[in-house]
Design a protein around this ligand. Structure first.
Ligand code: CS2
Length: 485
């Protein structure tokens, strides 16, 4: 693809990477919005600065439209970094090739992953993709994809099944293992990836599981960049600015951060030249980000949606929401963290409020509200545990959870149906039809053990606070409830 700059064009930066010189040393599973604007962009900048050959082979396991599109444009695409005042458009040239089971066959994808030069298999497959029960951190053996892959391990469907089969092939062929690097917004993402891969492998073949345990590393990473799902308007806007229509383009905020545990079995690119940080222990950074950014994001998403705000930046125009989000970051979340000395959490919170306020992004509250059953435990549950143990104030967390409970009720404050997207959507619908009064509905949701700690239901002070918060949101409305904090 070549960019024809248009007169209204702000800044369009072409990629200086020579794709022909790249090798597929990284296979990435999940060519989604986040990866395109994050890891692939870091890789592009790293390649421009180092001239190395760490190219990416992009793999999608489910829908194949985007991969076909990417192929038709020589695996190049655009990222638009939209600040409050200006937009910068960058072309990404880090992708060497792509693979898809539907287009190329399952075996072709597995063979690619088993190629000798592949040193890293990275992934952005969302919380659900790990097929793990996030409360226990163990492989969910009842997951239909896992059940399928256990029976047909050489023709897998899940990312976990692909990784294990590719590692089996490498072992069989005498090829060294690769590093498995999760780039998902999941607490201790490397440990979760490891639990899923080893959990699955040990059900298939204990020798293989042992080989994986001794030969594969699973570095944790903290990934951060606000990247709303692509919409028609966003793509049209980029087309107008860039002078070319790119269906693979993606808009995001200018800010980006990537903290990576430096633990790779076959080397890794110098992503630090593009601003990534390699550290020994990522967990404190992950917790900081998940609790302060994502925790308040979910709070704003549920209570914002119910309050009639379509986008996160709209909620920031309401001083009550703005204050509640900031207070939640500092008082409910920051104090639960154990950060390296010198970390400025107040400055971090201020920066988050500024990032949330970016009016150019149009990040939908509805989008962030999806998959709450997967997100609540790490964004709010862990801090709640801290406050209950330490006797400190957790009212922002209670209100966030109450907002989520009201949201999954499925009807907004105007009486319109809410499109609930969540693996537990059917369970929520059953609970809603079975329990009419607030207290029993709250208790029924609270007894979902994949989301909430077991003992919570017995904690009468907490349960009372939650029912009160729920009733406040349900009766007086989300805006009133947020203002009352
Ligand atoms: C958001 C995240 O959709 C969501 O759940 O909270 O995608 C958030 O934008 C990113 O984690 C920011 O790095």
């Amino acid at each position: 693809m070549s960019i024809v700059t248009s007169p209204v064009n702000p800044i369009v930066i072409n990629s200086k990477v020579e794709q022909t010189k790249l090798k597929s040393r990284i296979v990435h599973i999940g060519f989604g919005a986040f990866h395109r604007a994050h890891q692939a962009l870091y890789t592009n900048e790293m390649l421009e600065k180092t001239g190395s050959d760490w190219g990416i082979c992009e793999v999608n396991l489910f829908s194949h439209g985007l991969i076909e599109q990417l192929r038709s444009q020589d695996h190049r695409y655009l990222v638009a970094e939209k600040g409050a005042k200006e937009t910068v458009i960058k072309m990404i040239g880090a992708v060497k090739e792509s693979c898809h089971p539907h287009l190329d066959g399952i075996q072709a994808v597995l063979n690619k992953m088993a190629e000798e030069q592949v040193a890293i298999v990275s992934m952005t497959i969302t919380e659900k993709g790990y097929c793990v029960d996030h409360a226990s951190g163990q492989l969910d053996q009842t997951n239909p994809l896992i059940q399928h892959d256990l029976l047909h391990s050489q023709e897998p469907k899940s990312a976990i099944g692909y990784i294990v089969e590719a590692l089996r092939l490498r072992r069989e062929r005498g090829i060294k293992a690769f590093t498995v690097m999760s780039c998902d917004n999941v607490q201790e993402n490397g440990h979760i990836a490891k639990a899923a891969v080893l959990g699955f492998a040990s059900l298939l073949d204990t020798d293989l599981a042992q080989w994986i345990e001794s030969n594969v590393t699973f570095p944790c990473t903290m990934v951060d960049r606000i990247v709303p799902a692509a919409t028609k308007e966003a793509l049209d806007e980029i087309a107008e600015l860039a002078g070319v229509y790119d269906p693979c383009a993606i808009a995001c905020e200018p800010f980006r951060q990537w903290v990576i545990e430096d633990n790779f079995v076959q080397g890794r690119p110098d992503w630090d030249v593009a601003g990534a940080e390699f550290v020994k222990d990522v967990v404190p950074f992950e917790e900081m980000k998940l609790r302060m950014l994502n925790g308040s994001h979910s709070f704003l998403a549920y209570l914002g949606y119910l309050g009639g705000y379509a986008h996160i930046s709209d909620t920031m125009n309401n001083p009550d929401y703005r204050k509640a989000a900031f207070d939640m970051m500092i008082q409910a979340q920051a104090m639960t963290l154990n950060m390296p000395e010198g970390t400025d959490l107040e400055g971090y919170a201020q920066l988050l409020i500024e990032r949330f306020s970016n009016p150019a992004l149009k990040h939908q509250t509805w989008q962030i509200a999806t998959d709450g059953s997967q997100k609540i435990p790490q964004r709010m549950g862990a801090s709640l545990r801290f406050h209950l143990e330490n006797g400190s104030d957790y009212k922002w967390l209670t209100m966030g959870i109450a907002g989520w409970m009201r949201y999954v009720g499925g009807v907004d404050e105007q009486g319109n149906a809410i499109d609930i997207r969540d693996p537990l959507a059917e369970t929520f619908a059953e609970i809603n039809s079975k329990h009419q009064d607030s207290a029993s509905k709250v208790k029924a949701l609270l007894s979902l053990e994949t989301i909430f700690d077991k003992g919570l239901l017995e904690n009468t002070a907490f349960v009372k606070q939650l029912i009160d918060a729920y009733q406040l949101v349900a009766i007086k409305g989300a805006r009133y409830a947020v203002a009352s904090l």
